[in-house]
Design a protein around this ligand. Structure first.
Ligand code: FE2
Length: 229
C-alpha cells in the first residue's frame, strides 16, 4: 500500500543506525559530521513536509532490485534494512546523470532514489535522504562535491576509496562511509550489486566535480552533466 509516511521511518531508522556506529566504526575526523547527519535526520519528523510529483523515467539499474532487496540482514541492520525495503517504492528513482563520457560506463547500472530532497518524493531544500543501487562489476569513478555525504551499505561487498591517493577497501553490510565537503570518493563493485542508504547535507545544490587525475590539483575541475527534471 502506498504510504508516504513510511519515508519518515527510513529517516528515523537511519538516524538511529548512524548514532549507533559513531563510537565503533567512524574515524575521529568524521564523527562530528556523523552526529550532524543524525541530528538533521531527526528533524524530519514533522510528517508535514510537501510531497511532490515529477514525470518518471526508466532507470536501468533497478533491474538489480531483486538481489538488493532479497538478502537476510544482520541483526543490527534489520530495522534499517526493513525501512529501506518499505521505502523502495516511495523514493523517486532516476539515473541522475546525463549520458556522457564520464557516466557512460556505469550509468546503465546506476539507480538513485531520492526520498527527501529538492528532487525527492518529499521536498526538502537542505537535506537529501535516499536509496542507491550500483550494479555488479561497475566503477562509480572518483569525484567530489561541496555537499557532505554519507552512505550506509545495506547489501553487497563494494570497495570504497575515500581520498584520491588512498587504496580501495572492501566494505560489508553495515559499513558507514562519510565524505567530507570536497573529499574525493569512488565506489567499485565486484560480483554483487551495492544497495545503500545515502544522504547529503551542507551545500547540497553545488555540483559534483572531478579531475581526470584526482590527485593532480593543478588540473581544472570538470563537471558531470546532471539530468534535468
Ligand atoms: Fe558522492
Amino acid at each position: 500500500m502506498y504510504n508516504i509516511s513510511k519515508l519518515y521511518d527510513l529517516a528515523s531508522e537511519t538516524a538511529i543506525f548512524l548514532k549507533s556506529q559513531i563510537s565503533s566504526q567512524i574515524p575521529d575526523t568524521h564523527k562530528q559530521l556523523a552526529l550532524n547527519f543524525s541530528a538533521d535526520l531527526e528533524t524530519l519528523n514533522s510528517k508535514s513536509l510537501k510531497e511532490q510529483w515529477r514525470p518518471e523515467s526508466v532507470v536501468r539499474g533497478l533491474r538489480f532490485s531483486p538481489q538488493s532487496l532479497g538478502n537476510q540482514p544482520t541483526p543490527e541492520l534489520r530495522n534499517l534494512y526493513e525501512a529501506a525495503r518499505i521505502a523502495f517504492g516511495l523514493v523517486r528513482w532516476t539515473e541522475f546523470y546525463e549520458d556522457d563520457e564520464w557516466s557512460r560506463s556505469f550509468l546503465p547500472n546506476f539507480a538513485n532514489g531520492e526520498g527527501f530532497g529538492p528532487d525527492g518524493r518529499i521536498y526538502h531544500n537542505s537535506i537529501i535522504l535516499g536509496l542507491f543501487i550500483l550494479g555488479p562489476n561497475c566503477v562509480y569513478p572518483p569525484h567530489a562535491h561541496p555537499g557532505e555525504e554519507f552512505y550506509i551499505v545495506l547489501t553487497g561487498h563494494p570497495e570504497w576509496q575515500i581520498g584520491a591517493s588512498n587504496q580501495y577497501k572492501e566494505k560489508t553490510p553495515g559499513s558507514v562511509l562519510i565524505h567530507r565537503s570536497n573529499e574525493c570518493h569512488s565506489i567499485r563493485t565486484i560480483e554483487e550489486p551495492l544497495f545503500a542508504v545515502f544522504g547529503w547535507r551542507g551545500n547540497i545544490s553545488a555540483p559534483s566535480w572531478y579531475r581526470k587525475d584526482m590527485t593532480d590539483e593543478s588540473e581544472k575541475k570538470l563537471y558531470p552533466k546532471i539530468r534535468k527534471g
